[in-house]
Design a protein around this ligand. Structure first.
Ligand code: AMP
Length: 214
């Protein structure tokens, strides 16, 4: 598989954002993270941000129409011409079908990790408000408490990483997002990658799979 219109699929906390950041560097294409876009809209207090916040805080998915419209606009940007990495989109069959009408996709990477492990990861997750780099309170702590190693920004826990919200996000994942695995498998686009290990190890596996002829 040589072209680079990719989807990163997987349950909450599996490491999609981290792997997407590696792919950005490897292929010089943008990451389109719907979660990041919503968080930005929330911090700018836009109308979309207000709508999204209500759903995100409850661990629910933002309604399809709003997400599809946002991604459709983003994909029109010139920087997407060479390809892109979709991180966190699509998350429902309705979104996947809408995407297929917007642009063809070359591959879908499914990152796989056991749910209990993921819950532990999410609870300790800390994100830099400056550059969105991720840390983990236990597994990959920053050198200085609550300060990003890369840009010096403040590290915060996302509201949707609180325990009760995490449980709800998994319910949404099982009911609405998991069916996408079968959907993309049927289209022969799905590539499964074991998501256990260091970010670098996982990325090595991911690259091997991407570089295999399809
Ligand atoms: P993420 O950073 O990808 O985990 O996204 C954070 C939250 O944003 C999710 O829990 C959802 O509430 C919302 N969100 C992100 N992407 C989507 C999407 N494609 N469809 C619906 N809601 C989304």
């Amino acid at each position: 598989m040589h072209s680079t219109r990719l989807i990163l699929l997987g349950p909450p906390g599996v490491g999609k954002g981290t792997q997407a950041n590696f792919l950005v560097k490897e292929y010089c294409i943008p990451k389109i993270s719907t979660g990041d876009m919503f968080r930005e809209a929330i911090s700018k207090k836009t109308a979309l941000g207000k709508t999204a916040q209500e759903f995100i805080q409850q661990g629910k998915l933002v309604p399809d129409d709003a997400v599809i419209q946002m991604v459709h606009q983003r994909l029109k940007n010139a920087d997407c011409k060479k390809g892109f990495i979709l991180d966190g989109f699509p998350r429902t069959l309705v979104q996947a079908k809408a995407l297929s009408e917007i642009i063809p996709i070359d591959g879908v990477i499914s990152l796989m990790v056991d749910e209990q492990e993921l819950i532990q990861r999410l609870e300790g997750r800390r994100t830099c408000v400056g550059c969105t780099k991720m840390f983990h309170a236990t597994f990959s702590p920053p050198k200085k408490d609550n300060v990003c190693d890369d840009c010096g920004g403040e590290l915060v826990q996302r509201q949707d990483d609180y325990r009760e919200t995490i449980q709800k996000r998994f319910v949404e994942y099982r009911n609405l997002t998991k069916p996408l695995l079968k959907y993309y498998e049927e289209q022969k686009l799905l590539k499964e990658v074991n998501g256990l290990g260091t970010p670098e190890e996982i990325f090595e596996r991911l690259l091997l799979i991407l570089k295999q002829p399809s």
